[in-house]
Design a binder for this molecule. Structure first.
Ligand code: MV4
Length: 447
């Protein structure tokens, strides 16, 4: 096992990784920007190294500074968390070249899944069902017309370097195709420095359902069920739940089996998430994330499996602690993402937290790096807390979640707590009757 792990991240996920390390008897090194000198992750870690000025490009994305911090502290592994360098294949490669273990998948698999066309080709060859579309990239208008005729309108143009919905364009008819193609291409070029695009059949009312997987260096792969992440706003997830209200146990086992068989063939190592669109009882692969995700705690709640602990053990060469038959699902879990932002405009609202009273009690978990007196810096993501609630049934989970949201006090800054209070009492949400567009469509009419 590792003696010392450097945590190349900040905020709640840095605490999450520190806690997993502590329980395994591993020392931790925090890295931080000058803006984060008073941050909780710095206070909690055994050692801390300042790696640069506030902008992330100069600190949390500064590869030479992070490697220097690992070398001077003698860390034997680096955990990247989510965001920042977590899906940077070159970073994973450089870490390895310095004789330090990258806690995550191989650089090859990170690179493959970062290229959305390569990821889809891989998924297809591994027997994972995909959205009908172009085989590879689409070149010119003629090419686009031919593919669109094959799959039928509406179609969606996506950037191969994309993800997160940036640069996507819908074309409802042949008349709209040429403009959608050129707009998607120019947005992709500007945003990602890669203007390759591909085409898919546009699914009009899908849900976003993702499957959590773990693979070890002995070639074992297991799945930990699904998460329904359909409640999003501008491609930012707001609330996630497991199990999905749209799935039955048979569908869950089936998609889980398909994913496990596919990723076993690939020899996938570490934690990963396979993302699907789900419509009319069918799953369609869209992307794979090669990191631990923000919403992993709901899976931990229903399976009892510590996903970050497994990531660390896998990276150290240990076999998975569980076989598929040991993975059982208990009850229902929901995560509310609490952001420091104006609940109406969604503009970031950094500043000093005057009061902090997180909820507690049975089935309630709060992952956060906040404390009273802390100032939320303006430079980074606005996620400041995650409220994760577990209950025996979806209804009991919802009752507990409403109670926990009532208790939660974060004073001094605007947060999305109030939005969650409204959401969890909404009749469509309570009925589980939502797709990926429902939140943005319905929020306008809330009081
Ligand atoms: C789609 C789609 C419909 N059809 N692909 C948006 C983010 C990116 N990860 C995939 N996205 C979508 N891809 C096809 N073929 C609809 C979306 C989509 C969406 C997906 C998941 C969660 C929220 C969404 C909101 C709008 C559109």
């Amino acid at each position: 096992m590792f003696e010392k792990v450097l945590i190349a991240n900040r905020g709640e996920v840095a605490l999450r990784i520190h806690r997993a390390c502590r329980e395994l008897g591993i020392h931790t090194v925090a890295v931080h920007s000058t803006a984060d000198a008073d941050a909780m992750h710095v206070r909690l870690a055994d050692e801390a190294v300042c790696i640069g000025p506030p902008p992330a490009t100069d600190s949390y994305l500064n590869i030479p500074a992070i490697l220097s911090a690992a070398e001077i502290t003698n860390a034997d592994a680096i955990h990247p968390g989510y965001g920042f360098l977590s899906e940077n294949a070159r970073f994973a490669e450089i870490v390895g070249e310095h004789g330090i273990t990258f806690i995550g998948p191989t650089p090859e698999h990170i690179r493959m899944m970062g290229d959305k066309i390569a990821a889809k080709e891989a998924a297809k060859s591994l027997g994972i069902p995909c959205v009908p579309g172009s085989d590879g990239s689409v070149g010119n208008d003629t090419d686009a017309k031919r593919v669109a005729k094959e799959i039928g309108f509406p179609v969606l143009i996506k950037a191969t370097a994309g993800g997160g919905g940036r640069g996507m364009k819908v074309a409802n008819s042949e008349a709209e195709l040429s403009e959608a193609l050129s707009m998607a291409r120019s947005e992709a070029g500007k945003a990602f420095g890669n203007d390759q695009v591909y085409m898919e059949k546009y699914l009009v009312t899908p849900r976003h359902i993702e499957v959590q997987v773990l693979g070890d260096s002995q070639g074992h792969v297991i799945h930990l069920g699904e998460r329904d992440c359909s409640l999003q706003r501008r491609h930012q997830k707001i609330l996630e739940e497991t199990p999905s209200p749209a799935l039955n146990a048979g569908d869950r086992d089936k998609i889980g089996d398909i994913v496990v068989r596919g990723l076993s063939k690939l020899g996938y190592l570490g934690a990963g998430t396979v993302e699907f669109l789900y419509e009319n009882g069918k799953f369609y692969f869209i992307e794979m994330n090669t990191r631990v995700q923000v919403e992993h705690p709901i899976t931990e709640a229903v399976t009892g499996i510590d996903i970050v602990r497994e990531q660390i053990k896998i990276a150290a060469g240990a076999p998975l602690s569980y076989e598929q038959k040991d993975v059982t699902f208990h009850g229902h879990a929901i995560e509310c993402r609490i952001n420091a932002e104006d609940p109406k405009t969604f503009r970031a609202s950094p500043g000093r937290v005057t009061d902090y009273h997180p909820p507690g009690g049975l089935g309630v978990r709060v992952d956060s790096a906040l404390y009273a007196g802390y100032s939320v810096p303006p430079y980074y993501d606005s996620l400041i807390a995650k409220l994760i609630v577990h209950g025996p049934t979806r209804n009991e989970c919802l009752m507990r979640l409403r109670r926990a949201l009532e208790e939660f006090v974060i004073g001094g800054i605007d947060t999305t707590i109030d939005l969650h209070r409204k959401l969890v009492s909404n009749v469509d949400f309570v009925n589980g009757a939502y797709d990926v567009h429902w939140l943005e469509r319905s929020m306008g009419s809330w009081r």
